[in-house]
Design a protein around this ligand. Structure first.
Ligand code: RIB
Length: 296
């Protein structure tokens, strides 16, 4: 069983600051760190590190930024047969991390915004789980979901960054993964009514809605049940990539044949472990680390 990720890859430029700048303000920060990122690539690395067989479809430019995320995916043993090279800039994310570990991210999408339906693999057979995010064009997400469904794969969408979904996409989604802000935007309700808000999205045709709740853990709702996971206690250094780790590990566990509750538990623990180190991919736990934390 294998996971296909169709999504973005970026070079992340990270700076630590005491507090994020207000509009019009300049603040001084730490030395810059250059790291591989992009929600798609992060989720691919998280799934591969958690033991899944992973293929990635995305687009980079032919500039000096391209090798950063590409080499990281290769090093994680992600299959790059469907990585496209385009004559446009590669994706770059500017990330400031303030004391307390909260981040602000600005993404220059570059090649990610040009990934088209014609760039998708011709054959989805052998894919058990398709995992996507919203840093690539929506028509490409829709085309991939349509083909994956036709091939019998489970379709998972992490609706990050937040934006409205195409109406035709909803009934193609087996699992929708959101944080509290994305949930509030999609459901049009306040974040303090998370269970009702998540349940309201089921009526649009999605099978399961999973909400990551930061320091409060996570919540999954289906037509028949609600599953809550408490947060795994950790000392937070940087939350960048924690949601990506959750999504990638969930796909890895599901593709390995685990049931939803068990997969959510692993994803929840992995997301917490990813907050204990600086950066996105650099902070992602291995399968061994996840299993140790699950036993603790
Ligand atoms: O989710 C974190 C990621 O968002 C970063 O790696 C950055 O590249 C942006 O895509």
């Amino acid at each position: 069983m294998s996971v296909l990720i169709v999504g973005s890859l970026n070079t992340d430029i990270l700076v630590r600051v005491r507090r994020a700048p207000s509009p019009g303000e300049t603040v001084l920060g730490s030395d810059a760190e250059v790291q591989p990122g992009g929600k798609g690539a992060n989720q691919a690395v998280a799934a591969a590190r958690a033991g899944a067989s992973v293929a990635f479809c995305g687009a980079v430019g032919r500039d000096s930024f391209a090798p950063v995320p590409r080499q990281a995916l290769s090093a994680a043993n992600v299959n790059l047969t469907h990585l496209r090279e385009l004559d446009v800039p590669s994706g770059v994310a500017l990330i400031t991390i303030s004391d307390g570990g909260e981040n602000s991210i600005t993404v220059a999408s570059g090649a990610n915004a040009r990934l088209s339906p014609t760039d998708l693999p011709a054959d989805f057979s052998g894919v058990s789980h398709l995992l996507m995010q919203q840093e690539i064009p929506q028509e490409t997400v829709l085309a991939a979901a349509t083909r994956a469904r036709a091939a019998g794969a489970q379709v998972m969408l992490n609706a990050a960054p937040a934006r409205e979904l195409l109406g035709e996409l909803w009934p193609l989604l087996d699992l929708l993964l959101v944080n509290e802000h994305e949930l509030a935007q999609l459901a049009g309700t306040s974040v303090d009514q998370e269970e009702a808000a998540a349940r309201s999205l089921l009526s649009r045709g999605v099978g399961t809605v999973i909400v990551t709740l930061g320091g409060r853990g996570s919540l999954a709702v289906t037509q028949d049940e609600s599953i809550r996971q408490l947060a795994h206690p950790v000392e937070v250094v940087d939350t960048t990539g924690a949601g990506d780790t959750f999504c990638g590990v969930l796909a890895a566990w599901l593709s390995g044949g685990a049931a939803l509750p068990e997969s959510l538990e692993a994803a929840n623990v992995a997301g917490a472990l990813a907050c204990t180190r600086l950066g996105a991919q650099a902070a992602m736990p291995t399968r061994g680390e996840i299993e140790v934390a699950l036993r603790s």
